[in-house]
Design a protein around this ligand. Structure first.
Ligand code: MYA
Length: 415
């Protein structure tokens, strides 16, 4: 399967992905064909209206009991405020979550990251769903939702962001995932929410857009040593290290960490910026405080405060998501920063992102990753990002768009 753990593109991995994607387009999707999502057969049919595919039902008509699991398993609601449960979830994902195509790397979301990602303002405990083996009580599967307001054109829609779908490696291909998706859907419906947004590395019916990961080497020697990237043609290690060298400190006067007192100004800046995209989150001050105020080893945010006027003119952020390196003698973890939300009004975006690279390097990240969403295309090549082998498809549940979007029309980054 093609997955969104991305490493530098190689011709082999690209061929493998294109082949798999072409197979998946002709594949039947027993489960997904039964769901209110855009279907492959409807692509290009511009008679279908934009908006919800199915209307909401009365809450009393929502199924009141959980879906049936195979008899050896039981549902559990995971209390992400409990360190013990958080640790079980962490270990399930650490050993069974998303890998790249060649199984060299696996996402290793930290406990602090999971707590942050799963407990935003207004979160529902009931949307953190686990499956346990009845006999051993071992956690064997997981799926989550968190609430979000997402604007599609000029409509703000209450949605669930679905993430962390994971089935233990030993329980794969037994159709457990569809049951988990139906159960999270039921629990979202019980909160009177009828739409969802999610991303996946696999092609399903049907992406609203398909994005590509790009990677900027910060520690090229390690990236080459672990097989994340390869020495370019006619390149030596020392020339490569020189190529990716960065200044020791950011260049923009007034570039500093975001603080609590900046929340109103950052919210204004971000809301104004995101208004130009077709699909984007509708952030208020509470959301900005949660999602963008720096949290150690989870999310970093910087802004530019004009030294003269003290106005906040620019903003950039990235989150911390390490990957385990599978089967390397010398290194066990790849430290990756992922570009999150960036806004430039005065400092050129190129310069702002160069400063982001510099602070990421100071913080000892090995690589800085970015999708080709929003205005990211404008800096990727110039700042020496290279295309990755990972594609990331974005989806909406129970909401149809007339046409697929270009990645640059998307203003949403999911974790
Ligand atoms: S994306 C990250 C997904 N996780 C991983 O890649 C981790 C490693 N892999 C695994 O743990 C398993 O392989 C998973 C599938 C659990 C992915 N999204 O049980 P099965 C369909 C949606 O036999 P398994 C993320 O977390 C597949 O096409 N569907 O398969 C966002 C087939 O259906 P169909 C997927 O390999 C999740 C069926 O499942 C995905 O044992 C968003 C096969 O089931 C996928 N990533 O388990 C979920 N992979 O026959 C949707 C496979 O029709 C949310 N499948 O092709 C929808 C909105 C819900 C809320 C709505 C509210 C209103």
């Amino acid at each position: 399967e093609t997955n969104p753990v991305s490493k530098e593109n190689s011709s082999l991995s690209t061929i493998v992905r294109r082949f798999k994607d072409s197979v998946s387009l002709g594949k039947t999707h027993k489960f997904w064909e039964s769901q209110p999502v855009g279907q492959f057969k409807d692509i290009g049919d511009s008679n279908l209206p934009e908006g919800p595919i199915e209307p909401p039902t009365l809450l009393s008509e929502v199924k009141q009991e959980p879906y049936n699991l195979p008899s050896q398993y039981e549902w559990t609601t995971c209390d992400m405020e409990s360190d013990k449960t958080c640790d079980e979830v962490y270990n399930l994902l650490k050993n069974n979550y998303v890998e790249d195509d060649e199984n060299m790397f696996r996402f290793n979301y930290s406990q602090e990251f999971l707590t942050w990602a799963l407990r935003p303002p207004g979160y529902y405990r009931s949307w953190h769903i686990g499956v346990r083996a009845k006999a051993s009580k071992k956690l064997v599967a997981f799926i989550t939702g968190v609430p979000a307001r997402i604007r599609v054109r000029d409509e703000v829609v209450k949605m669930a962001e679905i993430n962390f779908l994971c089935v233990h490696k030993k329980l794969r291909s037994k159709r457990l995932a569809p049951v988990m998706i139906k159960e999270v859907t039921r629990r979202v419906h019980l909160e009177n929410i009828w739409q969802a947004a999610y991303t996946a590395g696999v092609v399903l019916p049907t992406p609203i857009t398909t994005c590509q990961y790009w990677h900027r080497s910060l520690n090229p020697k390690k990236l080459i040593d672990v097989g994340f990237s390869r020495l370019g043609a006619r390149m030596t290690m020392s020339r490569t290290i020189k190529l990716y060298k960065l200044p020791d400190s950011p260049a923009t006067p007034g570039f500093r960490n975001m603080e609590l007192r900046d929340v109103p100004a950052v919210t204004r800046l971000l809301r104004n910026y995101l208004s130009q995209f077709v699909v984007a989150p509708d952030f208020d001050e509470n959301d900005v405080e949660h999602w963008l105020l720096p949290t150690e080893n989870v999310v970093d945010s910087y802004l530019v405060e004009s030294p003269e006027t003290h106005e906040i003119t620019d903003f950039c952020s990235f989150y911390t998501l390490p990957s385990s390196i599978l089967g390397n003698q010398n290194h066990s973890t790849l430290k990756a920063a992922y570009s999150y939300y960036n806004v430039s009004t005065k400092t050129p975006l190129l310069q702002l992102m160069n400063d982001a690279l510099i602070v990421a390097k100071q913080k000892d990240f090995d690589v800085f990753n970015a999708l080709d969403v929003m205005h990211n295309e404008s800096f990727l090549k110039e700042l020496k990002f290279g295309p990755g082998d990972g594609q990331l498809h974005y989806y909406l549940y129970n909401y149809r768009l007339r046409h697929a979007l270009r990645p640059s029309e998307l203003g949403l980054v999911l974790l």
